[in-house]
Write a protein that binds this ligand. Structure first.
Ligand code: PHE
Length: 452
C-alpha cells in the first residue's frame, strides 16, 4: 500500500513534471517577468533572477516536493507525516499548511481576474480588434476593460469555471487529462511564436537587452523583486508543489532531475517570452520599460501592424490563457486536496471554494476599476493582496519549508530520498536549504519591512 491519500496519483512522473511545469509556467512568466525585466533595466536583473532560481528556487522546490512526496497527504497533514517519519508525534509546523491554503485562495482571487483578461484579449483578437490599431486605441481598450467591472467579472467567471471544472474531475480525469494536452500544445505554439518574433523582430537588440548586464541598474529594490518573483514563478511557498508532490508516483527516484527539469522549463519559457516580446518591441519602436501594460497595450499595437499579426495575436493570448489556466488549477487544488483527504466531497469543495474565490476577486476587479480605498500601507485592495501574498507569504512559506526540511528532517532520510546525487552535491544542497536560502529569504523580508 503506497499511502492513504484519497485524491489518487498521477499515472507517471512525466505527468507530474508536466503538471508542475504547468503550475510554474503562467502569467508570472509571460506577463510579469518581461515587464519586470523591462522596468528594472534588463540584463543585470535577469542575471540576478537566474541566480535566485538556481540558488534558492531549486533547493526550496526540492524541499517542498519532499514534504508532499514523503508526507503523502494534503498540505497540512503532510507536515505531520514528515514529522512522524522522524519519530515525532506531530509537526510543530503544520500551521504553515493553513497559511498555504489561505495564500492560494487569496492569490487565485486576483489571478483569476487577470486570467479573465487573457480570455477577453483572445476574444478581441478573434474579432480582429487589434488589426491596424494605434497605441492610443490600444490603451483605450485596456483602459476600457479595467473601467468596466462587469466585463472583467464576466471573463473572470469564465476563467474560474474552467479551473473549477477541471478540479471537480479529480487528479487523473481532471488535472492529468487537461495538462497532458494543454502543456504540449503550449510549448509547440510558444516555440513557433518565438521563432516568428525573432524573424520579424529585432532579436539582436532583444538579446543584448536581456543578457548584457549593467550592474549599476541593480539595486536593493530590484534584487528583492527578483527574489520574490523567483518564488512566484516557480509556484513555491504556497503548497502547490507540495500537493503535486503528494500525487507523484513513489517509484520516482531521481527527484533532483525532476526538479531541475521543472525549473529549467519555467526559466526557458520566461526567457523565450521576454525575447519574443522585446524582439517585437524594439523592432517597432515600443518602450521596454512600459510596465504592466507591456503585454496588454504595447503588444496588441505591434500585432496590429506586423505580417500575420491577426493569427499571431489570437495564438498569443490563447497561449497566455492556457498557461494561466494550469496555474490556477494548481492553486485551487491546494485547499481541495486538504478537504478531500479529510473526507469532504471534491465536487462540493471545488464549487464552494470556486464561488467564494470568485467573489473575493471582485475586490480586485473593483481596484482595477478605480476603487481607491486604502487597506495596508496606502495600497488599494489588489495591491494589498498582492503584497501580502507574493512578497510576504510566499517567502515565509519558503522559509518554513527550509526550516522543516533543513532542520527537522534527518540527514539520513533526506540522503536516502536524494539517492541519485553524489555526496558532495548532497552536502551543497543540504547547506543551501539549511543556511543560504533561509538567510537570503530573511534578508528579503527584512528589506521589505524596512521599506514600509
Ligand atoms: N507560477 C505561476 C506563474 O508564474 C503562479 C503561481 C504561483 C501558480 C503560485 C501556483 C502557485 O504565473
Amino acid at each position: 500500500m503506497e499511502s492513504r491519500i484519497k485524491s489518487g496519483f498521477f499515472s507517471s512522473s512525466a505527468v507530474f513534471i508536466l503538471a508542475a511545469a504547468g503550475s510554474a509556467v503562467g502569467l508570472g512568466n509571460i506577463w510579469k517577468f518581461p515587464y519586470m525585466a523591462g522596468v528594472n533595466g534588463g540584463g543585470a536583473f535577469v542575471l540576478f533572477y537566474l541566480l535566485c532560481i538556481a540558488l534558492i528556487g531549486i533547493p526550496v522546490m526540492l524541499a517542498e516536493i519532499y514534504i508532499g512526496h514523503k508526507g503523502r497527504q494534503g498540505p497540512i497533514d503532510s507536515f505531520h507525516e514528515v514529522a512522524k517519519s522522524e519519530g515525532q508525534e506531530k509537526s510543530k509546523f503544520a500551521w504553515q499548511g493553513y497559511v498555504f491554503t489561505l495564500t492560494s485562495i487569496l492569490i487565485l482571487s486576483f489571478y483569476g481576474v487577470v486570467g479573465g483578461w487573457s480570455i477577453y484579449y483572445t476574444y478581441e483578437a478573434i474579432m480582429g480588434t487589434f488589426v491596424q490599431i494605434t497605441p492610443d486605441e490600444s490603451g483605450a481598450i485596456f483602459g476600457g476593460l479595467l473601467a468596466n467591472p462587469l466585463k472583467q467579472i464576466l471573463f473572470q467567471v469564465l476563467f474560474m469555471l474552467l479551473v473549477v471544472y477541471v478540479i471537480t474531475k479529480g487528479v487523473n480525469k481532471g488535472i492529468e487529462k487537461t495538462i497532458t494536452v494543454s502543456m504540449p500544445v503550449f510549448f509547440v505554439l510558444l516555440l513557433i511564436l518565438s521563432i516568428y518574433a525573432m524573424v520579424v523582430g529585432a532579436p539582436k537588440e532583444a538579446f543584448s537587452f536581456m543578457f548584457s548586464p549593467d550592474f549599476s541598474k541593480l539595486n536593493a529594490h530590484s534584487m528583492a523583486e527578483a527574489l520574490g518573483h523567483a518564488f512566484f514563478t516557480l509556484s513555491l511557498g504556497l503548497g502547490a508543489m507540495l500537493v503535486y508532490g503528494a500525487y507523484m508516483p513513489k517509484k520516482e527516484k531521481n527527484i533532483t532531475k525532476v526538479v531541475l527539469i521543472i525549473a529549467l522549463v519555467d526559466t526557458v519559457v520566461a526567457l523565450f517570452a521576454g525575447l519574443m516580446i522585446f524582439s517585437l518591441v524594439f523592432a517597432n519602436g515600443g518602450e521596454a520599460g512600459g510596465g504592466p501594460g507591456l503585454l496588454f497595450i504595447t503588444l496588441p499595437t505591434i500585432f496590429g501592424s506586423i505580417y500575420g499579426g491577426y493569427i499571431i495575436s489570437i495564438v498569443w493570448f490563447a497561449l497566455i490563457a492556457v498557461a494561466a489556466w494550469s496555474s490556477g488549477i494548481s492553486m485551487l487544488e491546494v485547499t481541495v486536496s486538504h478537504l478531500e483527504n479529510k473526507g469532504i466531497s471534491r465536487k462540493k469543495t471545488s464549487w464552494g471554494l470556486g464561488v467564494f474565490i470568485t467573489l473575493l476577486g471582485f475586490g480586485s476587479v473593483a481596484s482595477f476599476a478605480g476603487w481607491e480605498t486604502k487597506f495596508l500601507l496606502g495600497k488599494n485592495f489588489f495591491d494589498t493582496l498582492d503584497f501580502l501574498t507574493s512578497s510576504i507569504s510566499l517567502p515565509i512559506g519558503g522559509l518554513i519549508i527550509c526550516i522543516v526540511v533543513g532542520w527537522t528532517v534527518s540527514d539520513k532520510l533526506f540522503k536516502e530520498y536524494l539517492s541519485t546525487i553524489s555526496d558532495t552535491t548532497f552536502k551543497i544542497m543540504r547547506f543551501v536549504i539549511k543556511f543560504i536560502a533561509p538567510v537570503l529569504i530573511i534578508f528579503l523580508l527584512g528589506y521589505l519591512i524596512s521599506k514600509v
